[in-house]
Design a protein around this ligand. Sequence first.
Ligand SMILES: *[C@@H]1O[C@H](CO)[C@@H](O)[C@H](O)[C@H]1NC(C)=O
Ligand SMILES: *[C@@H]1O[C@H](CO)[C@@H](O)[C@H](O)[C@H]1NC(C)=O
Ligand SMILES: *[C@@H]1O[C@H](CO)[C@@H](O)[C@H](O)[C@H]1NC(C)=O
Ligand SMILES: *[C@@H]1O[C@H](CO)[C@@H](O)[C@H](O)[C@H]1NC(C)=O
Ligand SMILES: *[C@@H]1O[C@H](CO)[C@@H](O)[C@H](O)[C@H]1NC(C)=O
Ligand SMILES: *[C@@H]1O[C@H](CO)[C@@H](O)[C@H](O)[C@H]1NC(C)=O
Ligand SMILES: *[C@@H]1O[C@H](CO)[C@@H](O)[C@H](O)[C@H]1NC(C)=O
Length: 338
Amino acid sequence: MLARTLTLVAAITVAAAAEASVTDTDILQYALTLEHLESAFYSSGLAKFKESDFASGGEQRALFAQIAAHEASHVELLTTVLGKDATKACTYNFPYTDIQGFKALAQVLEGVGVTAYLGAAASISNKDYLTVAGSILTVEARHAAWLATTNGRDPWPGAYDTPLAFSQVFSLAAPFITSCPESNPKLPVKAFPALTASGANGSYKSGQSLTLSVPPSVNASSLFVAFLTGTSVEYVPYTVNQSIQIPPGVNSTGSIYAVVTISNTSATDETTVAGPAVLMFNAQYPANVVPGSSTGNGSGLSGTDGTGKAPGNSSGSLGPRLWAAALGLVLAIVATVV
Ligand SMILES: *[C@@H]1O[C@H](CO)[C@@H](O)[C@H](O)[C@H]1NC(C)=O
Ligand SMILES: *[C@@H]1O[C@H](CO)[C@@H](O)[C@H](O)[C@H]1NC(C)=O
Ligand SMILES: *[C@@H]1O[C@H](CO)[C@@H](O)[C@H](O)[C@H]1NC(C)=O
Ligand SMILES: *[C@@H]1O[C@H](CO)[C@@H](O)[C@H](O)[C@H]1NC(C)=O
Ligand SMILES: *[C@@H]1O[C@H](CO)[C@@H](O)[C@H](O)[C@H]1NC(C)=O
Ligand SMILES: *[C@@H]1O[C@H](CO)[C@@H](O)[C@H](O)[C@H]1NC(C)=O
Ligand SMILES: *[C@@H]1O[C@H](CO)[C@@H](O)[C@H](O)[C@H]1NC(C)=O
C-alpha cells in the first residue's frame, strides 16, 4: 500500500510539478481564459442548433443550456475576483459543423478543463482559491461525464483524472483562439507545436500502432512520447513521424493525452516539445451496459440519448441558488483578500 502510494505521488509530481514562478493571479487569469473559451463555445452551439437538432426533442438542448449557464457563472466569478486584472473574452473559431461534432468537442473541452484545474492545483498558494478551483473542477468533471455518456462513451476515464501542465493545456486551447484584446494580461504560457495522430481515433487501445507526426521544427535526436493517463505517465522512444506501439500501461478510457518530450522521466512544460494530442480510447462497457445511456441499461436518463422524460425548466439563465453560491464564493474570496 505504501509502495503504491509513493508511486502515485511520484507520478503526480512528474505529471504536474508545482510551478513556483506562477502567481495565483496568473492562475486565475489562465482559468478565466479557459472559462471564456468554454462559455463562448456553448453560446455558439446554442445559437447554431435548435431543439430538434438535439436528441430527445430538445431535452438535451436544455441540459446544454445549463452547462452554458455554469460556464457563464465561472466567467462571472473569476472576473469579479480578478477585478481590474480580469482577462477579457477573445474571438474564437470552433471547427464543428454538425451536432455530433459539437458534442464531441464539448466532451474534449470539458476534459481539458478538468486537466487544467487539476494540473494547476499544486501551484495555487491561496487555499481559498484552491477551494473555488476545486468546486469548479468537480462540476466540469460531471459535465465531462454526462457528455461522454451522451456521446456513447465511458463516463469516467478510470480511477484517476489526468493533470496537465499550464502550457500543455494552453496548447489544446490555442487552436480555437483567433485573436484576443491587446489589453489582456500576458500569461506565462505558450502553445507547443501540434502533435497529429493517425489511426482509429475513438478506438485506440494498448498494443496498437499509432503514428504521431510533428512539424519540421521538432527535430531533437532523443525524443519520447509520454502518454499521460490518470496520474501515471508511460514513455516510449520516439523517432520523428515514425510509428510507435501504445504501451500496455496505457489502458484507461476516454481522453488520454500524448506529448513528445525530451525526457523519459518527466513530462512537464519544461520537457514537452510537441502536443498534446487528445486520443480517444475505447469505451470499456460491461456487457449489460448500452453505450449512450446514463442508466446503464439503455432506458436513458432525462436529456440523454435515451427516451427519458423532459427535465425541469431550464431556460438557460442562472438560478437564484447558483447566484447565491457564486456570490458566497466571491464574498469568501474578497474577505480573505481584504
Ligand atoms: C480524437 O477525437 C476527439 C473527439 O472527436 C478530437 O477532439 C481529437 O482531436 C481527435 N484526436 C485525433 C488525434 O484525431
Ligand atoms: C513529419 O511530418 C510532418 C507532417 O506531415 C512534416 O511537416 C514534417 O516535415 C515531417 N518531418 C520529418 C522529419 O519528416
Ligand atoms: C531544427 O529546428 C530548429 C528550430 O526550428 C531549426 O532552427 C533547425 O534548423 C532545425 N534543424 C534541422 C536539421 O532541421
Ligand atoms: C493498466 O496499466 C497499469 C499501469 O498504468 C497497470 O498497473 C495495470 O496492471 C494495467 N491493467 C491492465 C488490465 O492491463
Ligand atoms: C531513458 O532514456 C535514456 C536516454 O535515452 C536511456 O538510457 C534509458 O534506458 C531510458 N530509460 C527507460 C526506462 O526507457
Ligand atoms: C432497464 O430499465 C427499465 C426502465 O427502468 C426497466 O424496465 C428494465 O427492466 C431495465 N432492464 C434491465 C436489463 O435492467
Ligand atoms: C421556463 O421558465 C421561464 C422563466 O421562468 C418561463 O418564461 C418559461 O415559460 C418556462 N418554460 C417552460 C417550458 O416551463
